[in-house]
Design a protein around this ligand. Structure first.
Ligand code: GLA
Length: 735
């Protein structure tokens, strides 16, 4: 709901439980008055700081330079007196750095709007409405539109900014962030996600300190290391109580998300494309659209924030026909064989897997060119018939005959120096002329911003998909960008490269889905470096991490599920000792942890110990029984191993609250230790539920019957098992 009060010149953006309030002040500046729990129909512009402090303590508006440094702005700009972090910075053709936005007009539109070339939330008039607030800088000839998509049934507001040059000369955008949020500090904490390869998205929480703090990527992609997400929350907020502001970015390239606490104890949070290494030349008449950033508000803790993000992404961002469907249970040969496989080996794996109910074979890296290690052939997307004897179609047909689907791995954006492609087109690799480009995983990156390179890349993938019945693609990206240069761009446009690169990735995936609309696409980047909402627009699932160890996965999946639906998390059962960390965990626990993702296997089933192999049909049956609940239910975090150093627990609760699946992992066991009771909020307080252990011998266990209220307040008992790394699945169903 968006409303405009023409007397007070203010806008009110309402979601079910939040109000966001904007006003235009006497001088035409677009001010931010309020964002938080829903409030009454009042003019709240009084909430904004209106005293001029600084050096003189003069009354309001005497000097613009002072005023701008405390006025809460919807889109703060650089150069004219707001010394805090800006969201928009422009340099004119004479080299001056200033832009000042004054309100001109606005529009309120029913239903979401597309964003050209970029992923964007969608929704009809019954789901959301859009406020377009247009402001101008007449000296520069700039027209800037602040766009807010406000959801009626979800506590989310999605922002982006459109910049147009209406002047007579070009200007350079130095910084175009998607969102700024000015709020008063209230002893807030801040949560961000950090990690590394095989250790992605671990949560970190600390008090917001004075000055700037934040997360950033300059790697050309989202990265393993930092994530475009910030939560600002009450110091005492926990999973189910307290105020939380969550901010996330629908983008897959360089980002910045900063929080700045200033002299007046105000907080400004900003998020957008990283301005480092970025400039965008805007000629007369041209338009630049920023990607979208999402604001979520919860007045009842982190779980409510997570559920809002999950609902928004499931209902209004993921387009794939698979988003509501069961995903095929796959078996991927990467951890099974690495590069050492051939047709016979793959068919052996598929044959055995099909006997146990596994539904798709995925052929990973190493099937093309002469690749038998990671040092060659990227770019040469021709089937290596020394390995794939009889050709790809033969292999796919044989796998199909076993009743299984077939999927394939690509790394389309890359080029190995040892490849026919590089020998023919060395200039297609991203590089700075005269400088030896930095290698990473023995490969370079293709300059897909060039039309001929984009077309070659597209055809490389498409021709393979046209050649056989391939129903799934894993789109990988195993190095990050360096040595930015492109023959396609003049000197004053090299700063556009990173963003143009991301736009080219989006274009390529859009083309692929247009030609192959039923394709199940899974994005991946050395594990989870491209796990971001930008990618959800193209792929309903993303490989979460190269770390398949059940215990390492607890923190990775916890941090990921803080924002992203479980239906998007690629999760597989693999062998022990785990290939990333050497840990040995029970096969059963590996299955339980993977069940909270897309579920599949990544092992050589022909070599699996018999007692583990014997568990696969049971795991497949559990997936079939619970996948819809896990995919479409409400996620709820109950306990975090990273906080308590002992156990982890989470639940998926059906939207109608009639059932819930609880996953409990006892990480460390202790002898003679306390009894544990798990409290699950979100069920119907008065309903009676039967609590069972669906994967256990029930003759040894007594089902329990309890009301939702008792389950929430007193909890259900969990067994203490012998040994570390033990898992339990608990199923709660209304009687
Ligand atoms: C990345 C992926 C892995 C695997 C390898 C192949 O690391 O995350 O799953 O596909 O590449 O080289």
């Amino acid at each position: 709901m968006i409303s405009f009060d023409s007397k007070k010149n203010s806008f009110r953006l309402d979601t079910p439980n939040s109000t966001y309030s904007i006003f235009i002040n006497e001088r035409g500046y677009i001010g931010h008055a309020y964002y938080g729990s829903k409030i009454g129909e009042d003019d709240v512009s009084y909430l904004t700081r209106n005293m001029e402090y600084g050096f003189s303590g003069n009354k309001i508006f005497r000097e613009k330079g002072m005023f701008l440094d405390f006025f809460p702005q919807e889109l703060p700009t650089e150069g004219l007196g707001d010394y805090r972090e800006s969201a928009l910075a422009v340099c004119d053709s004479e080299g001056h750095n200033a832009i000042e936005l004054k309100y001109k007009s606005h529009k309120i539109i029913a239903g979401a709007k597309e964003l050209p070339g970029l992923p964007a939330v969608f929704g009809g008039a019954e789901d959301c409405s859009v406020l377009e607030l247009t402001a101008t800088d007449d000296i520069l000839g700039a027209e800037v539109t602040l766009i807010y998509t406000v959801f009626d049934k979800i506590d989310a507001i999605v922002r982006s900014v459109r910049i147009k040059n209406n002047g007579t000369k070009p200007f350079y955008i130095k910084k175009a962030l998607s969102l700024a949020l000015d709020i008063d500090n209230d002893n807030f904490d801040m949560i961000t996600l950090h990690g590394s390869w095989a250790r992605e998205r671990h949560m970190e929480r600390h008090a917001v300190h004075m000055g700037k703090q934040g997360v950033v990527s300059m790697r050309g992609e989202t990265s393993h290391q930092e994530h475009p997400f910030i939560a600002l929350l009450d110091h005492n907020a926990d999973w189910d109580s307290g105020r939380v502001y969550g901010i996330n970015f629908i983008y897959s390239g360089n980002f910045v998300a900063d929080v700045q606490r200033n002299q007046f104890d105000n907080i400004r949070a900003v998020m957008g494309i990283n301005p480092e290494g970025f400039t965008w030349k805007l000629e007369n008449g041209e338009v630049f659209d920023t990607p979208q950033a999402v604001l979520v508000y919860s007045d009842s803790g982190l779980n409510a924030m997570s559920r809002t993000f999950h609902d928004l992404y499931r209902e209004h961002l993921i387009r794939s026909p698979y988003k509501k469907a069961d995903r095929p249970i796959l078996i991927n040969n990467w951890e099974a064989t690495y590069f050492n496989f051939d047709t016979d080996k793959l068919i052996d794996i598929a044959r055995e897997a099909s006997k146990d109910g596994i539904e798709m074979l995925v052929m990973d890296d190493g099937w093309f060119g002469h690749r038998s290690f990671d040092d060659s052939s990227l770019g040469d997307w021709t089937v290596n018939e020394d390995k794939i004897k009889g050709g790809l179609k033969h292999l796919v047909d044989e796998v199909n005959k076993l009743g299984m689907k077939f999927g394939i791995w690509f790394e389309p954006e890359m080029i190995s120096p040892d490849s026919d492609l590089y020998r023919a087109h060395p200039d297609w690799a991203i590089q700075i002329p005269g400088r030896e480009p930095g290698m990473s995983r023995q490969q370079l990156v293709l300059d897909i911003t060039r039309k001929e390179v984009e077309d070659y890349t597209y055809e490389s993938v498409a021709k393979i998909l046209r050649s056989a019945n391939i129903e799934y693609v894993k789109w990988d990206m195993n190095r990050q960008l360096t040595d930015i240069g492109s023959v396609a761009l003049p000197a004053d446009r090299i700063g556009e490269f990173y963003h143009r690169y991301v736009l080219a990735v989006y274009r390529l995936q859009e083309r692929l889905l247009t030609e192959f609309p039923k394709l199940l696409l899974e994005n991946c980047s050395g594990g989870g470096a491209r796990f971001d909402p930008g990618m959800f627009f193209y792929s309903p699932q993303i490989w979460c991490s190269d770390d398949t160890d059940a215990i390492e996965r607890l923190s990775i999946q916890e941090g990921t599920a803080l924002i992203y639906p479980l239906s998007t998390m690629g999760a597989h059962v693999s062998v022990c000792p785990n290939h990333a960390c050497g840990r040995v965990t029970p096969f059963k626990t590996r299955g339980y942890v993977a069940l909270s993702g897309t579920f599949g296997y990544e092992l050589d089933i022909t070599k699996l110990p018999l007692e583990e192999r014997a568990m696969i049909p049971g795991q497949v049956a559990l997936y079939k029984k619970f996948s819809s609940l896990v995919r479409n239910g409400d996620y709820s975090r109950i306990a975090s191993y990273s906080e308590n150093n002992e156990y982890d627990c989470w639940a998926s609760i059906a939207k109608d609250k009639s059932k819930a699946l609880v996953t409990f992992v006892q990480v460390m066991n202790h002898p003679n230790y306390k009894t544990r009771f798990i409290k699950i909020t979100g069920l119907k307080p008065d309903a009676r539920y039967k609590v069972t252990w669906p994967d256990e011998d029930l003759s040894k266990l007594q089902p329990v019957e309890l009301t939702g209220l008792t389950i929430a307040k007193a909890g259900i008992p969990v067994r203490r098992d012998w040994g570390d790394f033990q898992g339990q699945l608990i199923y709660i169903e209304e009687k």
